[in-house]
Design a protein around this ligand. Structure first.
Ligand code: GAP
Length: 440
């Protein structure tokens, strides 16, 4: 039987699979958990690593001859950074409390004309603004001079380092700076598992260019970012590019488009592409008193570069990949779950099985050769072959190789495809070539 259409998994299906197979665990679970924070097990860690690598490769190929340099800033930033960036003043969500049961909600997510969804009584506080940054103190003194914040986006550390990067990286305008790293938001209501977390990871690129070129680059980045999701196997029928209305724009943005994905809980933002103008560099230049302009040799004038930004969460893309890849069907009379991850994204690219314990001596060296060749692969000899297939299907391994009784004679193994469940025989000395083609 071939695999069914995607079976529209619920969020619960995905949370349960992630826990069962060691992708994601609730954080600090033995102490009752920490809302909006998650831990990643072995397979989750491999998946995240593949997501980061695919993203990095895609942005490096987005603009022909476009230079992109990498950057890693700190998680902590002094108050002055967030004053200049506008986050202290603007990075708020509206919040209301139910005076009866004390439940807290985002005011823009519930109908205040109706009773509290938790206790059924209508007794709301007036909505008030809640700043989502985590505040802390650096050093032993808790006075105003030691106030720092955990970054709510990775972008600001790039902006404040613009001059350092520009003068030391041998880049010419236009160019990009990319960063992958943790961001923190004290979300009023973290929800939908990895969709809205309090601690998460962002992949951001800031593309610096001249004002007159910025809108053309914005269009190029929108097209390229949209295409990225298909290149890693996400169905185009479930993604769309949506341009923000003027009243939706963030405080720094003059134009924004979101790549949206159709989750079980509706169309939601997966990635934001924003034309930030010269807002950030201008703000930091004014607040720090440092010149952040570049000199244009052609016109012999100095100017502050404009910025196009692309920003996506590693964890949100992780969740999207689960929703998009989750399939259910039947095999040998039993329910089968398969994650149809693109081979580049799959935690393991292949599994290697000896049919029985007797073939271990022959299969182990084949598996070891693939490890030495740099492939992320797994060896499994426990349980029936059917059970082993099922185990690999559920974690998204694209193919399984089995060394059986005939292999000694014909020097071939069976290769079984996760999606079609078809099997064919392949010469042992062609396995590496097969793996190369799989990952093309
Ligand atoms: N620097 C721009 C910026 O931070 P954003 O739209 O607030 O823009 C960018 O965030 C991306 O970061 C989102 O599209 C989403 O993928 C991810 N993201 C934002 N908040 C998140 C949260 N609370 N949990 C998980 N991912 C989040």
């Amino acid at each position: 039987m071939s695999i069914n259409q995607n079976t529209s998994p619920t969020l619960e299906d995905i949370v349960s699979l992630c826990k069962r197979r060691g992708f994601v665990y609730p954080s600090a679970e033995i102490y009752g958990g920490l809302n909006g924070v998650y831990d990643f097990g072995h397979l989750g860690t491999l998946l995240k690593k593949n997501i980061r690598a695919a993203w990095l490769q895609s942005i490096q190929q987005a603009i022909p001859h476009g230079q992109i340099v990498q950057f890693e800033g700190p998680i902590l930033g002094p108050q002055a950074v967030w004053e200049a960036s506008g986050h202290l003043k603007n990075f708020h969500d509206p919040m209301v409390d139910c005076l009866n049961c004390k439940h807290r909600y985002r005011a823009d997510e519930i109908d205040l004309n109706k009773p509290c969804p938790h206790c059924g009584i209508k007794n709301w506080t007036a909505p008030r603004q809640f700043n989502m940054m985590f505040k802390t103190h650096v050093g032993a003194m808790e006075d105003g001079s030691s106030v720092a914040y955990l970054r709510p986006e990775t972008a600001q550390s790039i902006f404040i380092n613009f001059k350092n990067i520009y003068t030391t990286s041998r880049v010419k305008m236009p160019f990009g700076v990319s960063q992958i790293g943790k961001a923190f938001r004290n979300e009023i209501t973290p929800k939908q598992f990895l969709f809205r977390m309090r601690e998460f990871e962002q992949m951001e690129i800031e593309w610096f260019c001249k004002k007159e070129d910025a809108l053309a680059f914005y269009d190029t980045w929108c097209a390229s970012r949209f295409a990225f999701y298909q290149s890693i196997g996400i169905r185009s029928s479930h993604t769309r590019l949506r341009t923000h209305e003027k009243d939706e724009l963030a405080h720094y943005s003059t134009a924004t488009s979101d790549v949206e994905y159709q989750f079980a809980f509706g169309w939601k933002e997966l990635e934001g592409i924003a034309y930030r103008g010269d807002f950030d560099l201008k703000q930091h230049s004014e607040h720090s008193g440092k010149d952040l302009s570049v000199f244009d040799e052609e016109t012999k004038t100095a100017y502050i570069p404009h910025v196009v930004e692309c920003s996506v969460g590693v964890d949100r893309l992780f969740l999207t990949l689960f929703f998009d890849s989750y399939y259910e069907d039947e095999a040998e009379g039993e329910k089968r779950i398969a994650l149809r991850f693109h081979p580049r994204i799959a935690p393991y690219k292949a599994a290697f099985f000896p049919l029985t314990k007797k073939q271990e001596l022959q299969m182990k060296p084949i598996y070891e050769r693939m490890v030495q060749a740099g492939y992320s692969v797994v060896y499994d000899e426990s349980g029936s072959i059917g059970k082993r297939y099922r185990r690999q299907d559920e974690i998204g391994t694209p193919v399984c190789f089995t060394y059986d009784f005939e292999s000694d004679m014909d020097m071939m193994v069976t290769v079984r495809d996760r999606d079609s469940m078809k099997q064919e025989r392949i010469a042992i000395d062609r396995i590496e070539e097969f793996m190369k083609n799989l990952l093309k």
